[in-house]
Design a protein around this ligand. Structure first.
Ligand code: G4P
Length: 285
């Protein structure tokens, strides 16, 4: 599967990001809890150097809870505080706030010890498109914050939202592009990003993507397909399973041929809406 990306956008976005990062003490990196590695951008380590960092494993409500717990441990070993969040319900936001609070107190204490004026702690949210940055900011600030455009060049004046005394959040998130270069297994990352909907469908062939999803689910949780579509998989290959799904849903073309393209669209939509259950596509190594 060949995935195209847009270098012009990436360059501009990276530039804006550097400017904003220079203004903050803290970076809250949003990762997709279903694919924490594939939704990371390796540039973040360099970009965030010297800053306090928290990783929010967002959309944790759609991921397998046990696997998410393994990821939290994995990140802890790397020295990164990872907190599972659901930006819609607000799950995990107490912990995020507590971590921010701890930094604020520490900075205040240090400023006092040195006889310096305490400047508010400033934080920003970063992450790849569709990981939930705007939803997260809205939930954290309790109001409709400015929505960042995934298209660069749509620059607004920076605004700081005061969340509490001594703690401010940049209202627009930093957009990171996922690493889709062909080295280091990144094509696999591209596939997972497409399956979760981080990359739009129009640059991919939906039927092929659907077949790949079946292949993946047959390995990690075939029961999710059996339960959702009430089908018997047995020894069937992924394309046959697609046919079974189409048949189960009564998707027929003229002449009674099963409409497998419609089955693929339905399967992908339902997977992305977590109707097949809470499924993690990646586990820590
Ligand atoms: P972005 O700024 O990073 O691009 O993402 P945004 O907040 O727009 O969120 C993308 C989609 O993900 C939205 O769905 C949003 O509701 C959903 N979302 C964000 N955080 C969470 C979460 O923690 N859990 C769940 N279940 N969903 C979350 P949408 O408006 O329906 O957009 P789309 O699905 O049509 O792309």
């Amino acid at each position: 599967m060949d995935i195209q990306w847009y270098p012009g956008h990436m360059r501009k976005s990276r530039h804006m990001m550097r400017e904003n990062v220079a203004l903050v003490d803290m970076i809250i990196e949003l990762l997709d809890a279903r694919i924490p590695m594939s939704s990371r951008n390796p540039d973040i380590d360099e970009l965030a150097e010297g800053r306090l960092r928290i990783a929010a494993l967002n959309k944790a409500d759609m991921a397998d809870g046990a696997v998410t717990a393994e990821w939290v441990e994995f990140f802890k070993r790397l020295g990164v505080d990872a907190i599972p969040t659901d930006s819609i319900s607000g799950m995990g936001f107490g912990e995020i706030t507590a971590a921010a609070e701890a930094l604020t107190s520490e900075k205040r204490r240090r400023a006092k010890a040195r006889g310096r004026i305490f400047l508010p702690v400033r934080a920003m949210i970063v992450g790849i498109p569709n990981v939930g940055k705007s939803t997260f900011i809205n939930k954290l600030t309790g109001r409709a914050a400015a929505v960042a455009s995934d298209r660069p060049g749509v620059t607004r004046g920076r605004q700081w939202i005061k969340l509490r005394e001594g703690f401010e959040l940049l209202d627009t998130p930093g957009i990171l592009w996922p690493n889709l270069s062909k080295d280091g297994g990144a094509q696999d990352a591209g596939l997972k990003l497409a399956l979760t909907g981080a990359i739009s469908d129009d640059i991919l062939d939906t039927y092929t993507l659907g077949v790949k999803l079946i292949e993946t689910l047959c390995v990690i949780c075939p029961d999710s397909l059996r339960r959702r579509y009430k089908i018997e998989i047995g020894d069937a290959g992924p394309e046959e399973v697609m046919g079974l799904i189409g048949e189960a849903r009564g998707f027929k073309l003229k002449g009674g041929v099963i409409d497998v393209n419609r089955a693929a669209v339905t399967l992908l939509d339902e997977f992305r809406a977590a109707k097949l259950g809470r499924i993690s596509l990646e586990t820590p190594l």
